[in-house]
Design a protein around this ligand. Sequence first.
Ligand code: ADP
Ligand code: ADP
Length: 228
Amino acid sequence: MIEMHDIWKTYADGTSALNGVSVKIDRNEFVYLVGPSGAGKSTFMKLIYREEIPTKGEIFVNGFNIGKLKQRKIPYIRRNIGVVFQDFRLLPKLTVFENVAFAMEAIEAPRKVIRKRTLEVLELVGLKHKYKNFPSQLSGGEQQRVSIARAIVNNPAVIVADEPTGNLDPDTSVEIMHLLEEINFRGTTIVMATHNKEIVNSMRKRVIAIENGNIVRDVQRGEYGYEI
Ligand code: ADP
Ligand code: ADP
């Protein structure tokens, strides 16, 4: 599903974020990405959703060599990858329904299909009844549910989540994790960066640790492995 072959990433100012990373993540895996701040986790994920391109090396997502993708093919790969952020990134002037539908309008789905599918994913995340609300009228956990609905609405093969529980209290974080687990059970590969030790240690999934731009640990049913 995701393959990196000797990936190097150096930013324009000379900062090296990844130094020769190779990894293979299979369809349907759930992977936690851990490591200190500045280790390269966000960069690793930005390469997957093609927000950044590697300086050197090849990365394949869903069979596409995405570092080499032509500009006009980018929307196509984005539709196959849903992204969830710590700060939700909902559009404040759009309703819950519109925030989710927007992601389908971007791929020019027919209006009836958009309506049906948007309500379907809002139901899955438990927020169908709030479809007319604005983000400011929702709790943090609810906003994150909307952002997860937006990420899955186009049925992506992969979800990339950058500290999705970083702004949430412990109970809400656990709820969000159960939602992501359910989405994973339904067949979506998930790569999630987190500093949440309790969550990583209780879920026991594959854990990849990055330090100074290198993978230093990669364990099935792993643990968080850092004191915080
Ligand atoms: P993490 O997500 O683990 O905190 P990042 O991938 O955000 O790590 O950052 C890895 C390194 O790259 C850090 O040294 C960071 O300061 C640097 N970095 C990240 N983004 C940029 C950028 N756009 N320009 C320059 N340096 C960056
Ligand atoms: P730009 O090319 O101007 O950065 P993008 O459309 O690439 O605009 O990204 C706009 C914002 O959406 C950025 O914050 C980016 O991180 C985020 N983003 C990019 N791809 C996705 C995606 N597949 N799902 C959700 N958010 C995304």
